[in-house]
Design a protein around this ligand. Structure first.
Ligand code: NI
Length: 139
């Protein structure tokens, strides 16, 4: 961490009270750390708006592995995008359903495109992309 700088913030009392209640529920023990995390989250989200910025994304896919050629299609897609796919984990949820967790790293526009292809693969029941950061530009 760099030099600490203190600053004052004016805020509506009700808004601050709601913020404190929320962060207490989330387990924060002090307001400063909650505010630092808000700022980091906003900066990390901003990285995704610059399509060339290197970012990290985590895709979750839930699908039925009995759907014809779906498993092979998802594996082929990941091999096609081997530059972006960092790793993947497969969980057998039950007899039919699988959960795949795929970590991606690369330019924001490419990571988004790879995630869209994975999530949009026919037969995927539910897919999500969690957008995060390499952490290099955050303190
Ligand atoms: Ni499975």
């Amino acid at each position: 961490m760099g030099d600490l700088e203190r600053f004052g913030v004016s805020m509506d009392a009700k808004l601050l009270s709601a913020f404190d209640a929320l962060t207490r529920r989330q387990g924060y023990t002090n307001r400063s750390e909650a505010i630092r995390d808000l700022v980091r989250d906003r900066l990390a989200r901003q990285e995704w708006l610059d399509s060339a910025q290197e970012v990290v994304g985590v895709v979750t896919l839930v699908y039925d592995h009995h759907v014809r050629e779906l498993t092979a299609a998802l594996i082929d897609l990941q091999h096609d995008c081997e530059a972006e796919v960092i790793c993947s984990t497969h969980v057998h949820l039950d007899h039919h359903n699988c959960l795949e967790i795929i970590a991606l790293r690369g330019a924001a526009s490419v990571v988004q495109a790879v995630a869209d292809r994975l999530i949009g693969t026919r037969g995927v029941k539910h897919g999500q992309l969690m957008r995060t950061t390499t952490g290099e530009r955050l303190v």
